[in-house]
Design a protein around this ligand. Structure first.
Ligand code: DQA
Length: 147
């Protein structure tokens, strides 16, 4: 069974109480449960993580790319949070490791502030999903399972 990685970046540990009008009322634990259910149905093992540190995300992308090269991983659903809009390091990590990444946002970033419209991840991502709320995680995993 291959592993699907779900990596969450800064401030996503605050889901449930953080701007619920934008991100909804479900917690990160609820999102993990939703992903676990989706992976069960898709025949994938789930490795679900969150960090507030950019370098940790870089290391995790490298790890996922290596596991993928060894035939052990299906790819990564990545909600890099604000690092999406700032991180050349994440861009380079995805490019350099060869990890298959679906960029994910709970909110429709293109309907929000202009500084959220640019992504350093999109040009090196397999696909981009934004605006389906936390349900987008399950949809992204389904897409990953088909590629
Ligand atoms: C987010 C959108 C980002 O712009 C923001 O910085 C986040 C969450 C989303 O899931 O909608 O932290 O990635």
């Amino acid at each position: 069974m291959k592993t699907a990685y779900v990596f969450n970046g800064p401030n996503l540990n605050l889901l449930g109480t953080r701007e619920p009008q934008v991100y909804g009322s479900q917690t990160l634990a609820d999102v993990e449960a939703l992903c676990r259910k989706a992976c069960g149905e898709l025949g994938l093992a789930l490795d679900f993580r969150q960090t507030n540190h950019e370098g940790e995300l870089v290391g995790w992308i490298h790890e996922a790319g290596k596991a993928q090269a060894e035939g052990k991983a299906q790819g990564v659903v990545l909600n890099a949070g604000a690092y999406t809009h700032t991180s050349i390091a994440l861009h380079d990590a995805i490019k350099g490791s060869g990890a298959k990444v679906v960029e994910l946002h709970i909110s429709n970033v293109h309907a929000r502030e202009a500084f959220r419209h640019h992504s350093y991840i999109a040009p090196v991502a397999k696909a981009v999903m934004a605006g389906f709320g936390v349900e987008g995680y399950a949809l992204a995993l389904a897409g990953l399972a088909r590629t």
